[in-house]
Design a protein around this ligand. Sequence first.
Ligand SMILES: [Zn+2]
Length: 497
Amino acid sequence: MRFLSFLFVTIVSAGIIFLQGCEAPLQTPAESSGFEDITHYDQIISFCRDAAGKSDLLEMEVFGQSAEGRDLVVMKASNDQAGLPEEEKIRILMFAQQHGNEQSSKEGSLLLIREIANGEFDHWFKDIELYIVPQVNPDGGEENRRANAQGFDLNRDHVVQEAPETRALHSLFRQWMPHVTIDVHEYFPYRDAWAEFGGYKQFDVQVGVTTNINIDHQLQQYSLTETLPWIEQHLAAEGYTFHNYLVGPPPSEGITRHSTIDINDGRQSFGILNTMSFIYEGINGRDRYLDQLEHRSMGQLEAMIAMMDFMQINRREVVVMVNDSREQLKHGNAKGTVAIQTDYVRSGEPLFMPLKSFSTGADTVVQVDNYHPLVEPVVVTERPLGYLIPGEDHQLIEWLSLHDILTEEQLPGEVNVYAYQLAESGPEKGETPPKTQIHIDQEMNNYVYVSSAQLHGSFLSLTLEPHSDIALGRHQNFAYLLEGVTHYPVYRVESAE
Ligand SMILES: [Zn+2]
């Protein structure tokens, strides 16, 4: 008996030694389950730890906590030993599952981490530093729920930043200042309205570029004409379908356009700082959970690989474009104007939208005449020198510091200061409220000066002009800026010349 148990122990230890010597390739937890289950929060943490242990290229860091206190983790992939000095590399931030019920965004990111850990893409890291946040919203992810634990839609919280998850993501961004961001989601094509229409979109991955027209035009055009076709080609070669991200109801019921022009989402909030930003929208399952999870996750993975390949090949061009356009923002001479109200407009060309028939599953193409792919300015404002913020408005001051917006104690020389006069109903669409000149001496009497000549220059006009589409005062937390006041309390500072 004693002999037998000794033998048993020996065999077990030999087995362990054998497995270690074999360097079994890492698998994601969903993958190990045959995609019968998602990767749950605890498994993400242990998987990331294993991946970091397996590869010298990978490091795991905790960069914040969710509303319910779960750690938010980022995997950093880089190679300090090879290739370019750090400052010449292209930095890419990929973040997934802001919406907890979009599981393949996280699973695709974990598969990418698995590929890196298994040494499949070592060559990327002579040129690239990559940060992957596999799950921005762990509390929602565990419940397969869109919102975070406080009920916030994180992808509408990037301006006000009420949620700890959004705040943490933005401080991560500022710490590394990536040139490129990729915000990974899923779209749900199976709504009743589409069933009634007869067909639904069945693109494995849709990718959207920035649409706010205050973002550097060259960055947007380059993404559209260079990056997207590359991703499409890669996906096609791997057997996945692609489209430039389309938003809207069935074509008979309203306009079809590209993604929102507002800067409160993940893509545009980084885009407005002249980051080359993208949104990925993989196809969700019919059950919004496990249906087709493997195919969905592999599609996301392939789209991520395509982006990484593209960015490695075009590293030099992209880094220069992003750095130059950010310098222009910092010097306040990016553009003389900011379009604070904009609209989606037609290009004149119809869209031929490939759809899948609900009844037969056959491929079909629908001509969409109500296609509004372009964005045009409705109200434009001259970029001011800056703004004066009342020093006693602690909420506003805290908001500035949340965004790392630079403030100054002194006005920049000879200036004119104006206050907007507001009607009780607030600013109307298409209108610019009248303004009156205000006397402020150099002491500024408890005002804080915020210059437009900083990375947040366009962001400031978009959020602080009272008649902007995305004015801070339109958010309930800041409604006091617009309601019940005759003068808008944030003043415009213009050159006296
Ligand atoms: Zn989403």
